[in-house]
Design a protein around this ligand. Structure first.
Ligand code: ZN
Length: 279
């Protein structure tokens, strides 16, 4: 009994003075959000846990973390928990309200060979997906990003995030990025600072680049004509990493741009407005 009281007291003391706030207040599946934590004790390691994923942070007084509600997250109440190292119960938590959101439908009629995959193609697609999933699941806690994610190309958004796609009447997976139409050869820039963690030629994505921005944040650039970076290279925000093309499965020259935050698929457009650049 006294052990229990001691444990509770310890947890209360650890959590004392720590506060967490979520911005913005109105969130839905696909929303990135900022978690501001105040009162972290210097020299202590903490774990932030949300939607079954954890991110480790070192106590430095206060910190702003970027998290996200996955496109597939059900509406309702969820919780962000903060753990101190070595303690199994959260020292503090904050609730997150996930509102329902009706993403629009998109109906496309495309030639049959464009929609149906041969067993060989399917095998390739699954292999490529697994490779990217392994990249996104890797634990990379160091922050490389800074405030102000930028639009990676000058162009027009033709397909927004989250649309439910129907190809020749059949429902397919939703659109997990934004398509930005631009002329072939238009420069594509890194949305933020980071390290290139993948370059390659994929069945759907065509010539592709993935950048690791640290703390579980990744950006994806698909359908490039060519890329000018290599795996392991450090890139700065707005640095040119390649050029718009129409490689892979695409109907015209466009950049497919996607963002993952702690393995959650979020709307890049919301990220631009959430993280304004502080001049
Ligand atoms: Zn796309």
């Amino acid at each position: 009994m006294s052990f229990l009281i001691g444990t509770i007291l310890f947890i209360l003391l650890q959590g004392h003075g720590i506060s967490m706030t979520v911005t913005p207040a109105g969130l839905h599946p696909g929303s990135p959000f900022m978690l501001s934590i105040q009162g972290l004790v210097t020299g202590t390691t903490y774990n932030v846990e949300f939607d079954k994923r954890a991110l480790s942070v070192s106590g430095t007084g206060s910190t702003d973390l970027l998290l996200g509600i996955d496109l597939g997250h059900p509406p309702g109440t969820d919780q962000v928990n903060l753990y101190a190292q070595g303690i199994t119960m959260p020292i503090t938590f904050t609730t997150v309200q996930v509102q329902g959101y009706a993403y629009p439908n998109q109906y496309l009629k495309l030639p049959k060979h464009f929609v149906e995959l041969t067993p060989f193609q399917l095998k390739r697609v699954l292999k490529e997906q697994a490779k990217l999933d392994r990249i996104f699941a890797a634990d990379k806690t160091r922050p490389l990003w800074q405030m102000g994610f930028i639009m990676p190309v000058n162009g027009i958004i033709t397909t927004p995030f989250g649309v439910k796609r129907f190809l020749n009447g059949e429902q397919r997976s939703p659109h997990t990025g934004i398509d930005i139409a631009a002329g072939i050869g238009t420069p594509v820039m890194a949305t933020n600072n980071g390290i290139v963690c993948f370059t390659g030629d994929m069945f759907f994505g065509g010539k592709s680049v993935v950048i690791d921005h640290g703390q579980g944040i990744y950006s994806m650039y698909f359908h490039l004509r060519n890329y000018t970076v290599k795996k392991g290279m450090r890139v700065k925000k707005s640095q040119v990493i390649g050029y718009v093309g129409m490689t892979g499965r695409v109907t015209g020259p466009a950049l497919h741009f996607g963002i993952r935050v702690m393995d959650s698929r979020v709307d890049p457009q919301l990220l631009f407005s959430l993280t304004p650049k502080i001049q």
